[in-house]
Design a binder for this molecule. Structure first.
Ligand SMILES: [Zn+2]
Length: 488
């Protein structure tokens, strides 16, 4: 055990004395010296000079000026008096934009190893022949490597908060990777207790699934001073019994937990609900209590008018996953209609095997473009889409008061883009258009999560990517060998 006593603070925040006690194994997150992390992430002031600050605050202010971070928080925006920024590390943005970190509300870190291994299939075949056998074959170490690779990609692309659905086992591996990454997350173990074609290691007994999920809630929810939250994650109505879904709903309400599931991604889910429960998929989810303002439902492609009314009334969140919906030929979610009916919507990449990227820029561009041939060129303007990927996602995970926009007092989870030197993103024009239509992951210059420097001049801080990808290749080979016995 190692004990550290420190006095934290700066001019704009009072000093507090903190004592940390760590096992030695916790000491080198992502290979970086802990003291350096403390110094950079928790003690240092950082002054971003000469920036275009895309605040996404209530007034949608665009501010040309400086932004000061003190510890984890944004302490000043605009004109920063020299005495406030004295001693700060200075990052000259050279007129480039700073935007809030992306909040992607539907991700599967556990699936990253299977990228490019499950293409050109419909959802049910994709699940039965690839994803379930792969997840059944995962061991804790391979799951951790899969999570690290997914997180590396997300962070390099400016994502600083996610909602993740794990697999049925080894959730601690994902938790460990997310804890080390520095980003915010709602995460949870996948729950599955129904389906003859589900591989044996993935098919749980109802009581076991509930008990394990509740145990994980107790361990995970609130970790890192609230950076990690638990979300109960029944996979979808087709692989969960009505009993499990009802009990999850009750448990989540009792302890005020998130629920994260898939819903109405394909027409087949409505057919299944109709023949088994005599109603649509969303009507069934409402019947078992799986709607509400802490429920995030990925997809929402096949929705009837009454489904939309149910979602709006319950303040349930739909996570729009445009790449995944196109690749699996599921359809196109009618986001302009959901917007007009008052349904809360956010954005997510889903898993690497159904996308095949975890890149918010790709999702934003698609989210804007694919509505236009159907609803006209004014559908889904760039600013609306950027909000989907930031402040709306922050509200979806109930952190709209601390994440999703750049405002004094909010957490410093932010992204500096390098657009000035990219001919494809300029030379000028509307800043929202530049970001949504013309910006890529390669334009991400700096990423900070809660004041911690995660990407520095386009490089992931403290991560040996070459070594991580080599581990990934080895883990993929082992996974492919092991999963064969689970393919029916
Ligand atoms: Zn998914």
């Amino acid at each position: 055990m190692i004990v550290i006593d420190l006095s934290l603070g700066c001019e704009t925040r009072p000093k507090i004395n903190v004592t940390w006690t760590f096992p030695e194994s916790c000491f080198f997150p992502y290979g970086r010296d802990f003291f350096e992390l403390v110094e950079q992430g928790m003690l240092k002031k950082i002054l971003f000079k000469n920036a275009l600050i895309v605040t996404l605050n209530a007034k949608e202010d665009l501010i040309h000026g400086d932004l000061l971070v003190c510890g984890e928080e944004i302490s000043a925006i605009g004109v920063v008096p020299p005495e406030e920024s004295e001693g700060a590390q200075v990052i000259d943005c050279e007129g480039n934009p700073i935007i809030p970190g992306f909040v992607q509300t539907h991700i599967h870190l556990c699936q990253t190893l299977m990228r490019n291994m499950a293409d050109d299939m419909v959802l049910i075949d994709w699940l039965k022949q690839r994803i379930w056998p792969y997840e059944a074959a995962l061991d804790p170490e391979r799951l951790k490597i899969s999570s690290h690779i997914g997180l590396a990609e997300l962070i390099l692309g400016g994502t600083t908060a996610i909602v993740d659905m794990g697999t049925v086992h080894h959730t601690e591996s994902i938790v460990e990777a997310v804890q080390r990454s520095g980003i915010d997350a709602v995460l949870g173990k996948c729950m599955m207790d129904l389906g003859d074609e589900v591989p044996a290691p993935m098919r749980e007994k109802t009581a076991d699934s509930l008990k394990e999920s509740r145990r994980l809630f107790d361990v995970i929810d609130g970790l890192g001073e609230g950076r990690l939250r638990y979300g109960f994650a029944p996979r979808f109505a087709i692989s969960c019994t009505e009993t499990l879904l009802r009990e999850v709903s009750e448990m989540a309400k009792d302890i005020d937990a998130f629920i994260h599931t898939h819903g109405s991604e394909t027409a087949f889910e409505n057919d299944f609900a109709q023949s088994n429960y005599g109603c649509s998929n969303i009507e069934f989810l409402e019947k078992v209590g799986m709607t509400g303002e802490k429920t995030i439902i990925a997809h929402g492609v096949h929705l009837a008018d009454n489904d939309i009314d149910i979602l709006a009334k319950g303040r349930t969140i739909i996570c729009h996953c445009p790449s995944s919906n196109l690749k699996l030929a599921s359809g196109i979610a009618n986001i302009p209609l959901l917007d007009s009916k008052g349904v809360r919507v956010s954005l997510g990449a889903d898993g690497a095997p159904c996308n095949n990227n975890l890149d918010a820029f790709i999702e934003m561009r698609l989210a804007a473009l694919l509505q236009k041939p159907i609803h006209g060129p004014t559908a889904m303007p760039a600013k609306r889409v950027l909000k989907l990927a930031t402040i709306d996602g922050a509200h979806a995970i109930q952190k709209g008061d601390v994440l999703g926009s750049l405002e004094v007092g909010k957490l410093a989870s932010l992204v500096v883009l390098d657009l000035k030197n990219d001919p494809g993103a300029g030379p000028g024009g509307d800043i929202y258009s530049r970001i949504v239509y013309g910006t890529h992951r390669a334009n991400v210059q700096h990423v900070f999560a809660r004041g911690k420097h995660l990407v520095d001049n386009k490089e992931l801080v403290g991560v040996d990517l070459g070594q991580l990808m080599a581990q990934g290749r080895e883990a993929l080979t082992k996974s492919v060998e092991t999963m064969q016995k689970f393919i029916s």
